[in-house]
Design a protein around this ligand. Structure first.
Ligand code: NAD
Length: 258
C-alpha cells in the first residue's frame, strides 16, 4: 500500500515548478490528480504524460471564482472524491521599490496569490467536509522570516497573508477533520522568473543587502529543487502528518536564518 493509495489530489499551478513536482510525487505515491493551471497547453501535456486514468488537466485562473468552482466540480465528476488540495499557484509580480510599485501591480499579485488561495480553499470545503482532508498552501520565506530581498514587498505581503489565512482555516476547519498547513520555500529552481518583471534600474536606488541571483542556502550551497519541496508537500498530504495542522515548514536550507 502506497502513502496516497486511493486518494484524489487537486493541485493548482500544477503545470510547472513546485506544482508539477508535487503532481509527480502524488502520482508516484498512488494518488489521482487534477492538474489545474492557467497554462492550458502545459496542464494538458502533463495530464497526458501521467495518463488519463490517473490525471485530469484543467485550465483555470485561481482568481476566477466561477472557474475554480467548476474545476472542483469537474474533478468530482471524474474521480468521485477529493482528499488533498495543494494551493500552490502564484507569481512574483513586479519586483520594484515600494515607492514605484503601481497599484495595478500590487492588485495583480494580491489577486493571484492571496485571492486565488482563498478561492482554492473556499471551494474545496464542500467536497472535503464529509470525510476530512489535507490542504497545503505554498507560502514563502518572504514575508514570514526573510525580509532581505527588497523589491518583493507586494509578493511578501501576499505570502505573509497566506500563512495567516492557513492558520485561520486550520482552526476553523479542524471540526471537519480538514488539516491546513503551509510550506515556505526559499529560492527554488523553477520557471517563476519567466513571469517576473524586475525594475533593475529602479532597484539600484535601494540598497539590497543580499547578492543576486538569490539562493544562498548553506545546507546545499545552492538553490533547492522543486522535488525537495514536493517531498515535504507529500508529508503534509499523507497520514504521516495526521495530527499536524496550522503549521508552517521552511524548505530553504537555512537561507532565511542568515
Ligand atoms: P512556476 O512559475 O514554475 O510555476 C507556477 C505555475 O502557476 C505556472 O505553471 C503558472 O502558469 C501557474 N499560475 C500562475 N498564475 C496562475 C493563476 N492565476 N491561476 C492558475 N495557475 C497560475 O513557479 P514556482 O516557483 O513553481 O511557484 C509555485 C509557488 O511556489 C508559487 O506560489 C510561488 O510563490 C512559490 N514559491 C516559489 C519559490 C521559488 O523560488 N521558485 C520560492 C518560494 C515560494
Amino acid at each position: 500500500n502506497k502513502l496516497l493509495s486511493g486518494k484524489v489530489a487537486f493541485v493548482t499551478g500544477a503545470a510547472s515548478g513546485i506544482g508539477r513536482a508535487a503532481v509527480i510525487r502524488f502520482v508516484q505515491a498512488g494518488a489521482k490528480v487534477a492538474i489545474v493551471d492557467l497554462n492550458e497547453e502545459d496542464a494538458m501535456r502533463l495530464a497526458s504524460l501521467v495518463g488519463e486514468e490517473r490525471a485530469i488537466g484543467i485550465s483555470a485562473d485561481v482568481s476566477d471564482e466561477s472557474a475554480m468552482k467548476e474545476a472542483y466540480e469537474r474533478t468530482m465528476e471524474r474521480f468521485g472524491q477529493l482528499d488533498i488540495v495543494f494551493a500552490n499557484a502564484g507569481r512574483n509580480g513586479t519586483i520594484t521599490p515600494i515607492e514605484h510599485l503601481s497599484l495595478d501591480d500590487w492588485n495583480g499579485v494580491v489577486e493571484t496569490n492571496l485571492t486565488g488561495t482563498f478561492l482554492t480553499v473556499k471551494h474545496a470545503i464542500p467536497h472535503l467536509k464529509e470525510n476530512g482532508g489535507s490542504i497545503i498552501i505554498t507560502s514563502s520565506i518572504n514575508g514570514n522570516r526573510y525580509f532581505k530581498n527588497f523589491g518583493f514587498s507586494g509578493y511578501a505581503t501576499t505570502k505573509a497573508g497566506q500563512t495567516g489565512f492557513a492558520k485561520m482555516a486550520a482552526a476553523e476547519l479542524a471540526q471537519f477533520g480538514i488539516r491546513v498547513n503551509s510550506i515556505c520555500p526559499g529560492a527554488i529552481d523553477t520557471n517563476i522568473d519567466d513571469s517576473t518583471n524586475r525594475d533593475d534600474a529602479l532597484l539600484e536606488e535601494i540598497v539590497i543587502p543580499i547578492e543576486y541571483p538569490l539562493g544562498n542556502q548553506p545546507l546545499a550551497g545552492k538553490s533547492g529543487s522543486a522535488k525537495q519541496v514536493a517531498d515535504v508537500v507529500l508529508f503534509f498530504a499523507s497520514n504521516m502528518s495526521s495530527h499536524v495542522t496550522g503549521s508552517e515548514v521552511y524548505v530553504d536550507g537555512a537561507e532565511s536564518l542568515l
